[in-house]
Design a protein around this ligand. Sequence first.
Ligand SMILES: Cc1cc2nc3c(=O)[nH]c(=O)nc-3n(C[C@H](O)[C@H](O)[C@H](O)COP(=O)(O)OP(=O)(O)OC[C@H]3O[C@@H](n4cnc5c(N)ncnc54)[C@H](O)[C@@H]3O)c2cc1C
Length: 406
Amino acid sequence: MKPVAIVGAGFSGLTLAHHLRKRGLEVQLFEKQDRAGGLINTHASGLSLSEAAANAILNDSEIEKLFADLNLPFAARKPERKKRYIFWNTPKRWPLGLWTTLKALWMILQIRLGNAEVLPREAESIHDWCRRVVNAQFEERLISPALQGVFAGDPKILSAKLTLSALFTGRAPAGKEKGSIAPPEGMNQLMQTLRRRLEADGVPIQFNHDFDLKGLGGDQIVVLCTSAWTAADITKDTHPELSEQLRRCESLPLVSVTCVFEKSETDLEGFGCLLPPQQNFIASGVIFNDCVFENRSQKRSEAWILGGALQLGAAGWSDEELINNILKDRARLMPGSEGRRPLEFRVHRWPRAIPHYTVQWEKIVKTLKVERPLFLHGNYLGGIGLSRIHRRSIELAEQIKDIYGA
Ligand SMILES: Cc1cc2nc3c(=O)[nH]c(=O)nc-3n(C[C@H](O)[C@H](O)[C@H](O)COP(=O)(O)OP(=O)(O)OC[C@H]3O[C@@H](n4cnc5c(N)ncnc54)[C@H](O)[C@@H]3O)c2cc1C
Protein backbone atom coordinates (compact mmCIF):
# COMPACT_ATOMS: atom_id res chain seq x y z
CA MET A 1 0.00 0.00 0.00
CA LYS A 2 1.21 3.52 -0.77
CA PRO A 3 2.09 5.64 2.28
CA VAL A 4 -0.59 7.93 3.69
CA ALA A 5 0.05 11.41 2.28
CA ILE A 6 -0.30 14.06 4.99
CA VAL A 7 -0.54 17.61 3.74
CA GLY A 8 0.64 20.20 6.28
CA ALA A 9 3.24 19.79 9.02
CA GLY A 10 1.46 21.89 11.66
CA PHE A 11 0.23 20.39 14.94
CA SER A 12 -2.59 18.47 13.17
CA GLY A 13 -0.33 16.90 10.52
CA LEU A 14 2.60 16.07 12.81
CA THR A 15 0.45 14.47 15.52
CA LEU A 16 -1.56 12.50 12.96
CA ALA A 17 1.70 11.24 11.38
CA HIS A 18 2.95 10.27 14.84
CA HIS A 19 -0.18 8.25 15.66
CA LEU A 20 -0.30 6.57 12.22
CA ARG A 21 3.36 5.49 12.63
CA LYS A 22 2.57 4.16 16.11
CA ARG A 23 -0.05 1.96 14.43
CA GLY A 24 2.45 0.70 11.85
CA LEU A 25 1.25 2.68 8.80
CA GLU A 26 3.69 4.28 6.35
CA VAL A 27 3.31 8.05 5.98
CA GLN A 28 4.83 10.91 4.03
CA LEU A 29 4.43 14.60 4.77
CA PHE A 30 4.19 17.59 2.45
CA GLU A 31 4.74 21.07 3.85
CA LYS A 32 4.46 24.33 1.94
CA GLN A 33 6.83 26.27 4.22
CA ASP A 34 10.51 25.59 4.92
CA ARG A 35 9.79 24.55 8.52
CA ALA A 36 7.45 22.33 10.51
CA GLY A 37 5.08 23.83 13.08
CA GLY A 38 2.51 25.83 11.07
CA LEU A 39 1.05 28.57 13.28
CA ILE A 40 3.12 27.42 16.25
CA ASN A 41 6.58 28.93 16.65
CA THR A 42 8.66 30.25 19.55
CA HIS A 43 11.12 33.14 19.45
CA ALA A 44 13.67 33.72 22.16
CA SER A 45 15.17 37.14 22.75
CA GLY A 46 17.62 37.68 25.59
CA LEU A 47 14.71 38.89 27.73
CA SER A 48 11.78 36.57 27.05
CA LEU A 49 10.28 33.69 25.08
CA SER A 50 7.57 34.80 22.72
CA GLU A 51 4.99 32.42 21.26
CA ALA A 52 3.60 33.15 17.79
CA ALA A 53 0.33 31.28 18.46
CA ALA A 54 -0.39 28.66 21.15
CA ASN A 55 1.26 29.38 24.50
CA ALA A 56 0.26 26.13 26.17
CA ILE A 57 -1.85 22.97 25.88
CA LEU A 58 -4.71 21.99 28.14
CA ASN A 59 -3.36 18.76 29.58
CA ASP A 60 -5.10 15.37 29.49
CA SER A 61 -3.91 11.78 29.69
CA GLU A 62 -3.35 11.54 25.91
CA ILE A 63 -1.19 14.68 25.88
CA GLU A 64 0.82 13.18 28.74
CA LYS A 65 1.35 10.02 26.68
CA LEU A 66 2.45 12.09 23.67
CA PHE A 67 5.08 13.91 25.74
CA ALA A 68 6.21 10.59 27.25
CA ASP A 69 6.52 9.03 23.74
CA LEU A 70 8.74 11.96 22.77
CA ASN A 71 10.76 11.94 26.02
CA LEU A 72 9.77 15.56 26.39
CA PRO A 73 9.33 16.95 29.91
CA PHE A 74 6.79 19.56 30.93
CA ALA A 75 8.08 23.01 31.81
CA ALA A 76 8.05 23.61 35.58
CA ARG A 77 4.93 25.56 36.45
CA LYS A 78 4.64 28.45 38.85
CA PRO A 79 2.06 28.46 41.66
CA GLU A 80 0.86 31.97 40.68
CA ARG A 81 -0.57 30.54 37.43
CA LYS A 82 -3.55 29.14 39.34
CA LYS A 83 -5.04 32.63 39.62
CA ARG A 84 -7.06 33.49 36.51
CA TYR A 85 -8.93 36.77 36.17
CA ILE A 86 -11.87 38.17 34.27
CA PHE A 87 -12.15 41.95 34.29
CA TRP A 88 -15.49 43.30 35.43
CA ASN A 89 -14.86 46.83 36.75
CA THR A 90 -11.77 45.36 38.42
CA PRO A 91 -9.88 42.07 37.77
CA LYS A 92 -12.00 39.37 39.44
CA ARG A 93 -11.39 35.70 40.15
CA TRP A 94 -15.17 35.10 39.95
CA PRO A 95 -17.18 37.73 38.07
CA LEU A 96 -20.71 36.39 38.68
CA GLY A 97 -23.12 37.58 41.36
CA LEU A 98 -24.68 35.13 43.83
CA TRP A 99 -27.99 34.70 41.98
CA THR A 100 -26.31 34.01 38.63
CA THR A 101 -23.86 31.62 40.31
CA LEU A 102 -26.77 29.66 41.80
CA LYS A 103 -28.56 29.59 38.43
CA ALA A 104 -25.35 28.41 36.71
CA LEU A 105 -24.88 25.64 39.31
CA TRP A 106 -28.50 24.61 38.81
CA MET A 107 -27.92 24.41 35.04
CA ILE A 108 -24.78 22.25 35.56
CA LEU A 109 -26.76 19.95 37.84
CA GLN A 110 -29.43 19.63 35.15
CA ILE A 111 -26.77 18.63 32.62
CA ARG A 112 -25.41 16.00 35.03
CA LEU A 113 -28.95 14.67 35.52
CA GLY A 114 -29.28 14.31 31.73
CA ASN A 115 -31.88 17.07 31.20
CA ALA A 116 -31.56 17.57 27.42
CA GLU A 117 -33.52 20.86 27.61
CA VAL A 118 -30.46 22.71 28.91
CA LEU A 119 -28.12 21.43 26.17
CA PRO A 120 -27.45 23.71 23.18
CA ARG A 121 -30.04 23.34 20.42
CA GLU A 122 -29.31 23.08 16.71
CA ALA A 123 -27.96 26.38 15.38
CA GLU A 124 -28.28 28.10 18.75
CA SER A 125 -25.78 30.89 19.40
CA ILE A 126 -23.82 31.34 22.62
CA HIS A 127 -25.74 34.57 23.23
CA ASP A 128 -29.10 32.78 22.95
CA TRP A 129 -28.05 29.64 24.84
CA CYS A 130 -26.67 31.57 27.85
CA ARG A 131 -29.81 33.68 28.13
CA ARG A 132 -32.08 30.66 27.75
CA VAL A 133 -30.40 28.46 30.38
CA VAL A 134 -29.02 31.08 32.84
CA ASN A 135 -29.07 34.84 32.05
CA ALA A 136 -27.31 37.76 30.34
CA GLN A 137 -24.80 38.19 33.17
CA PHE A 138 -23.66 34.57 32.71
CA GLU A 139 -22.99 35.33 29.05
CA GLU A 140 -21.36 38.74 29.37
CA ARG A 141 -19.17 38.17 32.41
CA LEU A 142 -18.17 34.52 32.08
CA ILE A 143 -18.98 32.50 28.96
CA SER A 144 -18.35 35.11 26.24
CA PRO A 145 -14.98 36.24 27.61
CA ALA A 146 -13.90 32.65 28.27
CA LEU A 147 -14.85 31.60 24.74
CA GLN A 148 -13.41 34.81 23.32
CA GLY A 149 -10.07 33.63 24.72
CA VAL A 150 -10.23 30.46 22.60
CA PHE A 151 -12.61 31.01 19.67
CA ALA A 152 -12.34 34.81 19.26
CA GLY A 153 -15.84 34.78 17.75
CA ASP A 154 -18.97 36.93 17.93
CA PRO A 155 -21.21 35.47 20.69
CA LYS A 156 -24.32 36.48 18.70
CA ILE A 157 -23.42 34.02 15.92
CA LEU A 158 -20.96 31.68 17.68
CA SER A 159 -22.40 28.15 17.71
CA ALA A 160 -23.12 26.91 21.24
CA LYS A 161 -23.09 23.29 20.03
CA LEU A 162 -19.65 23.53 18.44
CA THR A 163 -17.93 25.67 21.06
CA LEU A 164 -19.31 23.97 24.15
CA SER A 165 -19.14 20.42 22.83
CA ALA A 166 -16.11 19.70 25.04
CA LEU A 167 -18.31 20.26 28.08
CA PHE A 168 -21.06 17.95 26.92
CA THR A 169 -19.27 15.16 25.06
CA GLY A 170 -16.55 12.83 26.30
CA ARG A 171 -13.07 14.25 26.79
CA ALA A 172 -9.86 12.30 27.13
CA PRO A 173 -9.39 11.14 30.74
CA ALA A 174 -7.71 13.78 32.91
CA GLY A 175 -3.94 13.75 33.14
CA LYS A 176 -1.86 13.62 36.32
CA GLU A 177 -1.05 17.31 35.90
CA LYS A 178 -4.14 19.51 35.80
CA GLY A 179 -4.41 22.62 33.66
CA SER A 180 -2.11 23.98 30.96
CA ILE A 181 1.31 22.56 30.16
CA ALA A 182 4.10 23.33 27.67
CA PRO A 183 7.62 22.10 26.91
CA PRO A 184 10.47 23.87 28.78
CA GLU A 185 11.73 25.74 25.71
CA GLY A 186 8.32 26.76 24.42
CA MET A 187 5.81 25.27 22.01
CA ASN A 188 8.17 25.05 19.06
CA GLN A 189 10.19 22.48 21.02
CA LEU A 190 7.20 20.12 20.80
CA MET A 191 6.85 20.68 17.06
CA GLN A 192 10.54 20.17 16.29
CA THR A 193 10.75 17.11 18.57
CA LEU A 194 7.81 15.59 16.70
CA ARG A 195 9.46 16.39 13.36
CA ARG A 196 12.82 14.91 14.39
CA ARG A 197 11.15 11.77 15.75
CA LEU A 198 9.31 11.24 12.45
CA GLU A 199 12.47 11.86 10.40
CA ALA A 200 14.47 9.46 12.60
CA ASP A 201 11.73 6.90 11.94
CA GLY A 202 12.33 7.28 8.17
CA VAL A 203 9.27 9.44 7.42
CA PRO A 204 9.97 11.66 4.40
CA ILE A 205 8.98 15.31 4.94
CA GLN A 206 9.04 17.40 1.80
CA PHE A 207 9.38 21.09 2.68
CA ASN A 208 8.65 23.98 0.29
CA HIS A 209 6.11 21.69 -1.37
CA ASP A 210 2.81 23.31 -2.38
CA PHE A 211 0.69 20.18 -2.48
CA ASP A 212 -1.60 19.60 -5.44
CA LEU A 213 -4.13 16.72 -5.37
CA LYS A 214 -4.02 16.34 -9.15
CA GLY A 215 -0.52 14.86 -9.04
CA LEU A 216 -1.54 11.84 -6.96
CA GLY A 217 -2.72 8.37 -7.91
CA GLY A 218 -6.47 7.96 -7.22
CA ASP A 219 -6.03 5.22 -4.59
CA GLN A 220 -3.52 6.95 -2.30
CA ILE A 221 -4.92 8.03 1.08
CA VAL A 222 -4.56 11.79 1.48
CA VAL A 223 -5.26 13.71 4.67
CA LEU A 224 -5.43 17.48 4.33
CA CYS A 225 -4.17 18.91 7.65
CA THR A 226 -4.41 22.58 6.76
CA SER A 227 -6.85 25.41 7.42
CA ALA A 228 -10.33 25.11 5.85
CA TRP A 229 -9.59 27.88 3.35
CA THR A 230 -6.36 26.19 2.20
CA ALA A 231 -8.18 22.84 1.96
CA ALA A 232 -10.76 24.67 -0.22
CA ASP A 233 -7.96 25.75 -2.59
CA ILE A 234 -6.36 22.30 -2.70
CA THR A 235 -9.67 20.56 -3.55
CA LYS A 236 -11.12 23.10 -5.98
CA ASP A 237 -10.40 21.14 -9.19
CA THR A 238 -10.77 17.58 -7.90
CA HIS A 239 -13.65 17.99 -5.38
CA PRO A 240 -15.47 21.21 -6.38
CA GLU A 241 -18.53 20.65 -4.16
CA LEU A 242 -16.40 20.03 -1.06
CA SER A 243 -14.22 22.99 -1.95
CA GLU A 244 -17.29 25.26 -2.09
CA GLN A 245 -18.39 24.08 1.37
CA LEU A 246 -14.92 24.62 2.87
CA ARG A 247 -14.70 28.07 1.36
CA ARG A 248 -17.70 29.09 3.45
CA CYS A 249 -15.69 28.69 6.65
CA GLU A 250 -14.94 32.27 7.78
CA SER A 251 -11.48 33.05 9.05
CA LEU A 252 -10.75 35.40 11.94
CA PRO A 253 -7.66 37.60 12.34
CA LEU A 254 -5.61 37.56 15.52
CA VAL A 255 -2.59 39.49 16.71
CA SER A 256 -0.43 38.34 19.57
CA VAL A 257 2.01 40.88 21.01
CA THR A 258 4.60 39.81 23.57
CA CYS A 259 5.68 42.82 25.63
CA VAL A 260 8.54 42.76 28.13
CA PHE A 261 8.59 45.30 30.97
CA GLU A 262 10.68 45.87 34.06
CA LYS A 263 8.95 44.13 36.96
CA SER A 264 6.80 46.39 39.10
CA GLU A 265 4.63 46.28 42.21
CA THR A 266 1.63 47.13 40.06
CA ASP A 267 1.94 43.87 38.06
CA LEU A 268 -1.07 41.61 38.41
CA GLU A 269 0.12 38.06 39.13
CA GLY A 270 -1.63 35.01 37.72
CA PHE A 271 -2.15 33.10 34.47
CA GLY A 272 -3.74 36.10 32.82
CA CYS A 273 -6.88 38.18 32.50
CA LEU A 274 -9.81 37.99 30.07
CA LEU A 275 -11.19 41.35 28.97
CA PRO A 276 -14.92 41.23 28.08
CA PRO A 277 -15.98 43.47 25.15
CA GLN A 278 -18.59 45.22 27.36
CA GLN A 279 -15.73 46.61 29.47
CA ASN A 280 -14.45 48.51 26.42
CA PHE A 281 -10.92 47.17 26.25
CA ILE A 282 -9.14 46.96 22.93
CA ALA A 283 -7.43 43.61 23.60
CA SER A 284 -9.47 40.48 24.35
CA GLY A 285 -7.04 39.14 26.92
CA VAL A 286 -3.51 38.95 28.24
CA ILE A 287 -1.34 36.09 29.49
CA PHE A 288 1.26 36.84 32.17
CA ASN A 289 4.02 34.62 30.69
CA ASP A 290 6.49 35.05 33.55
CA CYS A 291 3.88 33.81 36.09
CA VAL A 292 2.92 30.63 34.21
CA PHE A 293 6.07 28.61 33.50
CA GLU A 294 9.60 28.86 34.92
CA ASN A 295 12.31 30.38 32.72
CA ARG A 296 10.00 32.25 30.34
CA SER A 297 11.51 35.58 31.38
CA GLN A 298 13.45 37.16 34.24
CA LYS A 299 11.48 40.34 33.53
CA ARG A 300 7.74 40.93 33.31
CA SER A 301 6.53 39.27 30.08
CA GLU A 302 2.95 39.62 28.85
CA ALA A 303 1.28 38.19 25.72
CA TRP A 304 -1.57 40.47 24.62
CA ILE A 305 -4.18 39.07 22.22
CA LEU A 306 -6.11 41.39 19.91
CA GLY A 307 -8.43 40.87 16.95
CA GLY A 308 -11.15 38.28 16.45
CA ALA A 309 -14.69 38.81 15.16
CA LEU A 310 -15.34 41.93 17.22
CA GLN A 311 -12.22 43.70 16.01
CA LEU A 312 -11.51 42.60 12.46
CA GLY A 313 -9.12 45.49 11.75
CA ALA A 314 -6.47 44.72 14.39
CA ALA A 315 -4.18 42.74 12.06
CA GLY A 316 -3.86 45.90 9.93
CA TRP A 317 -2.64 48.14 12.77
CA SER A 318 0.97 49.32 12.82
CA ASP A 319 3.29 48.23 15.64
CA GLU A 320 3.00 51.69 17.18
CA GLU A 321 -0.84 51.59 17.13
CA LEU A 322 -0.79 48.13 18.69
CA ILE A 323 1.58 49.18 21.48
CA ASN A 324 -0.32 52.40 22.21
CA ASN A 325 -3.60 50.48 22.48
CA ILE A 326 -2.01 47.84 24.71
CA LEU A 327 -0.56 50.51 26.99
CA LYS A 328 -4.04 52.11 27.33
CA ASP A 329 -5.55 48.73 28.28
CA ARG A 330 -2.66 47.99 30.62
CA ALA A 331 -3.13 51.27 32.49
CA ARG A 332 -6.78 50.35 33.17
CA LEU A 333 -5.96 46.76 34.12
CA MET A 334 -3.01 47.63 36.35
CA PRO A 335 -3.43 51.18 37.68
CA GLY A 336 -0.08 52.78 38.36
CA SER A 337 1.53 51.28 35.25
CA GLU A 338 0.82 54.44 33.20
CA GLY A 339 3.73 55.83 31.23
CA ARG A 340 5.81 52.65 31.43
CA ARG A 341 6.88 51.48 27.96
CA PRO A 342 8.02 47.95 27.10
CA LEU A 343 11.75 47.19 27.05
CA GLU A 344 11.02 45.18 23.91
CA PHE A 345 8.04 43.71 22.09
CA ARG A 346 7.36 41.18 19.33
CA VAL A 347 4.26 41.25 17.15
CA HIS A 348 2.76 38.15 15.49
CA ARG A 349 0.05 39.10 13.00
CA TRP A 350 -2.30 36.43 11.67
CA PRO A 351 -4.72 37.99 9.15
CA ARG A 352 -6.39 34.53 8.81
CA ALA A 353 -5.66 32.94 12.17
CA ILE A 354 -8.49 30.64 13.16
CA PRO A 355 -11.92 29.51 11.90
CA HIS A 356 -15.07 31.25 13.08
CA TYR A 357 -17.25 28.58 14.70
CA THR A 358 -20.55 30.17 13.66
CA VAL A 359 -24.01 28.60 13.64
CA GLN A 360 -23.70 28.77 9.84
CA TRP A 361 -20.52 26.68 9.99
CA GLU A 362 -22.27 24.24 12.36
CA LYS A 363 -24.81 23.57 9.58
CA ILE A 364 -22.14 23.17 6.90
CA VAL A 365 -19.78 20.96 8.87
CA LYS A 366 -22.51 18.33 9.30
CA THR A 367 -22.89 17.99 5.56
CA LEU A 368 -19.25 18.09 4.44
CA LYS A 369 -18.93 15.65 1.56
CA VAL A 370 -15.55 13.99 1.98
CA GLU A 371 -14.99 10.87 -0.09
CA ARG A 372 -12.35 8.30 0.72
CA PRO A 373 -9.42 8.04 0.17
CA LEU A 374 -9.50 11.78 1.02
CA PHE A 375 -9.72 12.80 4.70
CA LEU A 376 -9.82 16.19 6.40
CA HIS A 377 -8.18 17.18 9.66
CA GLY A 378 -7.58 20.56 11.29
CA ASN A 379 -8.84 23.11 13.77
CA TYR A 380 -12.06 23.88 11.86
CA LEU A 381 -13.58 20.43 12.51
CA GLY A 382 -13.58 19.44 16.17
CA GLY A 383 -12.07 22.36 18.11
CA ILE A 384 -9.33 24.96 17.95
CA GLY A 385 -7.41 23.95 21.08
CA LEU A 386 -4.48 21.57 20.72
CA SER A 387 -5.76 18.87 23.07
CA ARG A 388 -8.95 18.60 20.96
CA ILE A 389 -6.91 18.44 17.75
CA HIS A 390 -4.68 15.79 19.31
CA ARG A 391 -7.70 13.74 20.32
CA ARG A 392 -8.94 13.87 16.75
CA SER A 393 -5.48 12.85 15.43
CA ILE A 394 -5.76 9.69 17.52
CA GLU A 395 -9.33 8.97 16.38
CA LEU A 396 -8.44 9.58 12.74
CA ALA A 397 -5.36 7.35 12.96
CA GLU A 398 -7.57 4.58 14.42
CA GLN A 399 -10.15 5.08 11.69
CA ILE A 400 -7.56 4.96 8.89
CA LYS A 401 -5.95 1.86 10.40
CA ASP A 402 -9.32 0.10 10.69
CA ILE A 403 -10.17 0.85 7.08
CA TYR A 404 -6.82 0.21 5.44
CA GLY A 405 -4.96 -1.99 7.94
CA ALA A 406 -1.29 -1.84 8.79
C1 LIG B 1 -2.64 33.72 18.37
C2 LIG B 1 -3.07 32.31 18.62
C3 LIG B 1 -3.02 31.80 19.92
C4 LIG B 1 -3.40 30.47 20.18
N1 LIG B 1 -3.29 30.00 21.46
C5 LIG B 1 -3.57 28.70 21.71
C6 LIG B 1 -3.31 28.14 22.99
O1 LIG B 1 -2.78 28.81 23.90
N2 LIG B 1 -3.62 26.82 23.19
C7 LIG B 1 -4.15 26.04 22.21
O2 LIG B 1 -4.43 24.86 22.47
N3 LIG B 1 -4.36 26.53 20.95
C8 LIG B 1 -4.07 27.82 20.68
N4 LIG B 1 -4.23 28.32 19.40
C9 LIG B 1 -4.76 27.44 18.35
C10 LIG B 1 -3.69 26.50 17.77
O3 LIG B 1 -2.43 27.14 17.73
C11 LIG B 1 -4.10 26.07 16.34
O4 LIG B 1 -5.44 25.60 16.34
C12 LIG B 1 -3.20 24.97 15.81
O5 LIG B 1 -1.84 25.33 15.92
C13 LIG B 1 -3.56 24.68 14.36
O6 LIG B 1 -2.70 23.67 13.88
P1 LIG B 1 -2.94 23.02 12.44
O7 LIG B 1 -1.86 22.05 12.21
O8 LIG B 1 -4.34 22.51 12.33
O9 LIG B 1 -2.86 24.23 11.40
P2 LIG B 1 -1.59 25.10 10.98
O10 LIG B 1 -0.73 25.37 12.13
O11 LIG B 1 -2.14 26.24 10.19
O12 LIG B 1 -0.77 24.13 10.00
C14 LIG B 1 -1.13 23.89 8.67
C15 LIG B 1 0.12 23.61 7.87
O13 LIG B 1 -0.25 23.29 6.52
C16 LIG B 1 0.70 23.90 5.64
N5 LIG B 1 0.09 24.03 4.30
C17 LIG B 1 -0.89 24.88 3.92
N6 LIG B 1 -1.16 24.71 2.60
C18 LIG B 1 -0.35 23.71 2.14
C19 LIG B 1 -0.17 23.08 0.87
N7 LIG B 1 -0.87 23.42 -0.21
N8 LIG B 1 0.76 22.10 0.77
C20 LIG B 1 1.49 21.73 1.86
N9 LIG B 1 1.36 22.30 3.10
C21 LIG B 1 0.43 23.27 3.23
C22 LIG B 1 0.96 25.23 6.32
O14 LIG B 1 2.18 25.80 5.84
C23 LIG B 1 1.06 24.83 7.79
O15 LIG B 1 2.36 24.44 8.16
C24 LIG B 1 -3.86 29.64 19.11
C25 LIG B 1 -3.91 30.15 17.80
C26 LIG B 1 -3.52 31.46 17.55
C27 LIG B 1 -3.54 31.97 16.13
